[in-house]
Design a protein around this ligand. Structure first.
Ligand code: SAH
Ligand code: SF4
Length: 343
């Protein structure tokens, strides 16, 4: 019989399991949650304030986590750490701990492979295997926190497209926000999407208040179709959804733009990007732009943009009133930077 992974359950689900399936008193839920999330104990036998019979029952019916840590690589450049786990069906899931940002942040994966297939992304070059379960998503943060101590930011920017694994991603966010569980602040969680429009609206309406980043990469639908291979939504629909998200959550959304040498990094491109954005009347109030210099990936011939090209691109956006930053890569030397996760 398949055991239930408690790391994939919300408090409500644990309560239902305790009261309906085990026919125990409701307060046992709090005790179990406390052991897992506050005392960070995963061996049920050590849940000492539960009766031995209940511990025994739990040991047979549930597990706390399913991933096995198989390796950990630490960047010599900046201390970024890539954790590689093996799933129960023998795939590799990676997440990246970034200690050098102003906060201690974990960048997590949501799928094995990615069906969108962006040409510049290593994850997109992998075939798509499956969605990660809620437990597998949550456990990445659980394991890193156990290793390094408190975490104060979560980025859904690892392998996979979070909004194509919608239900598990939303449930994992609820677990991260729950004050009895991870107690993360909503503004410290960012979901990055390539632009799955209907699910941007759905996520806004969940009223979870987490931040949203949209990966744009072009001003032009034709070029974007070439860069982002299997996604049918048009740039203007994606941006409208972003503005809706920002309005509902009362926080700016981020546009991420991977700058690839001689592909989408010219001054022309920057000016046309401004034109595209300017079509949405209120957008300046609702957006900030992160320029991400392309990180090299295996078997791909793209080149990196020159530093002064990146700077010029930024200046055009800034001069036109758009809050713009250049993102520094982390963990380049251990293949842990944006777009470098594969399996
Ligand atoms: N699927 C989601 C989240 C994972 S990718 C998305 O596409 O947004 C996280 C970020 O890494 C995205 O902004 C993506 O465009 C960027 N990225 C992918 N490949 C990259 C590369 N080779 N160099 C730099 N950034 C890359
Ligand atoms: Fe998937 Fe995001 Fe990589 Fe595109 S950039 S292939 S959507 S993970």
């Amino acid at each position: 019989m398949q055991k239930i992974d408690l790391l994939g359950c919300t408090k409500e689900e644990i309560k239902d399991f305790v009261t309906v399936k085990l026919k125990e008193k409701e307060y046992r839920t709090k005790q179990i949650v406390h052991w897992i999330y506050k005392k960070r104990v995963t061996d049920i036998i050590n849940f000492t304030d539960l009766p031995a019979g209940l511990r025994d029952k739990l040991t047979h019916l549930v597990q706390i986590g399913s991933l096995q840590l198989i390796s950990k690589e630490i960047s010599q450049l900046d201390g970024t750490t890539r954790y590689n786990f093996k799933t129960q069906d023998n795939y590799i899931v990676s997440c990246v701990y970034i200690p050098k940002l102003e906060r201690k942040v974990v960048c997590i994966s949501t799928q094995i492979g990615c069906s969108v297939g962006c040409v510049f992304c290593h994850s997109g070059k992998m075939y798509f295997v499956r969605n990660l379960t809620t437990g597998e998503i949550v456990e990445q943060v659980y394991a890193v926190r156990k290793d390094v101590g408190e975490i104060n930011g979560i980025l859904y920017m690892g392998m996979g497209e979070p909004l194509l694994n919608y239900d598990n991603v939303v449930k994992s966010i609820k677990i991260f926000l729950d004050t009895d569980m991870f107690a993360m602040s909503k503004r410290r969680i960012t979901v990055s999407t390539v632009g799955v429009v209907p699910n941007i609206y759905r996520l806004a309406d969940e009223k979870l208040g987490v931040k949203l980043a949209i990966s744009l990469h072009s001003y032009n639908d034709e070029q974007r179709k070439w860069l982002v291979k299997r996604l049918k939504f048009k740039l203007n629909e994606i941006l409208e959804a972003g503005v809706y998200y920002a309005e509902v959550t009362k926080t700016k959304f981020t546009i991420e733009y991977v700058l690839i040498g001689e592909i989408n990094d010219s001054e022309e491109h920057a000016k046309f990007l401004v034109k595209l954005l300017d079509k949405l009347p209120k957008i300046r109030k609702f957006v900030k732009i992160n320029l991400i210099p392309y990180n090299t990936i295996p078997e791909e011939k793209f080149i990196q943009s020159k530093l002064d090209t990146i700077e010029k691109f930024k200046q055009i956006l800034v001069t036109n009133g758009y809050l713009t930053f250049i993102r520094k890569p982390y963990g380049n030397d251990i293949n842990a930077a944006c777009g470098q996760l594969g399996f």
